[in-house]
Ligand binder design. Structure first.
Ligand SMILES: Nc1ncnc2c1ncn2[C@@H]1O[C@H](COP(=O)(O)OP(=O)(O)OP(=O)(O)O)[C@@H](O)[C@H]1O
Ligand SMILES: [Mg+2]
Length: 220
């Protein structure tokens, strides 16, 4: 479903904005850690067990979850987050999973949004259909869509982000920037969600306390 790919690229986008970002690997398979193992990503990745200290100085903490979390793990992840992104492919099984997940998430106050990933440019209709279906279930779907590109796989093999993807012969992938631009647009939209939340919070709070988005708030 491109969860790890999405975590890596959102983290990279915010790092490029000079924000202190940490990626927390909450997947027992440690795929995010493996992605960054060559040390070529512009942010550190830490396993969830080491998150307490490592995230202390971070402005933005992104957690890469796993497909099959148990209920308690899920509850903890949700309650510890400011916003949840649900990467969803256009396949019906993936859309169903996101619908199921959103029904579970509704009991919490945490905002969430679906992000369509691996969108095949030759199958525009499938993307429209998936988006339609999600919206019918009252799920916010980001306008940004992540295209299906071989550049993403090439980038993962090299341990870099998609903007640096090279093919087997060492040549820059001609479509790599499409992937990067798409994730940058998703980042902007997520920032927008936070801006709205921040304004709502200020209205509700008589003293107008400073609500800092996704920021790690004085964790242990
Ligand atoms: N937009 C894309 N286009 C093409 N390939 C992609 C795209 N996004 C991710 N991939 C590739 O798809 C595969 C699965 O992606 P990823 O590991 O991010 O999924 P995941 O949801 O984290 O999987 P898991 O459930 O195993 O943790 C990887 O090989 C990745 O490089
Ligand atoms: Mg993963």
């Amino acid at each position: 479903m491109a969860k790890t790919c999405t975590s890596v690229h959102l983290a990279a986008c915010w790092s490029h904005q000079q924000k202190q970002v940490i990626l927390v690997d909450a997947d027992r398979n440690r795929s995010a850690t493996a992605y960054g193992a060559r040390g070529l990503l512009p942010f550190p990745t830490v396993p969830i067990e080491a998150a307490a200290k490592a995230t202390r100085s971070a402005e933005i903490v992104i957690t890469d979850g796993q497909a099959s979390s148990n209920e308690e793990e899920m509850k903890n992840l949700v309650e510890g987050a400011d916003c949840i992104v649900l990467p969803t492919t256009t396949q019906s099984r993936s859309v169903e999973l996101t619908v199921e997940m959103s029904q579970m998430l509704r009991q919490y106050k945490v905002p969430y949004a679906a992000l369509l990933v691996k969108v095949d440019a030759r199958k525009e209709a499938a993307a429209m259909q998936a988006k339609d279906l999600l919206q019918r279930f009252d799920i916010k779907v980001l306008i940004a869509q992540i295209p299906l590109l071989s550049a993403f796989e090439q980038a993962e093999t090299e341990g870099v982000t998609v903007d640096q993807a090279i093919d087997k012969r060492g040549r820059a992938n001609p479509l790599r920037m499409m992937g990067w631009t798409a994730y940058s647009a998703a980042c902007k939209e997520i920032e927008g969600i936070f801006e709205v939340l921040r304004k709502q919070d200020q209205r509700q709070s008589p003293i107008g306390w400073d609500f800092t988005p996704i920021e790690k708030r004085n964790a242990a």
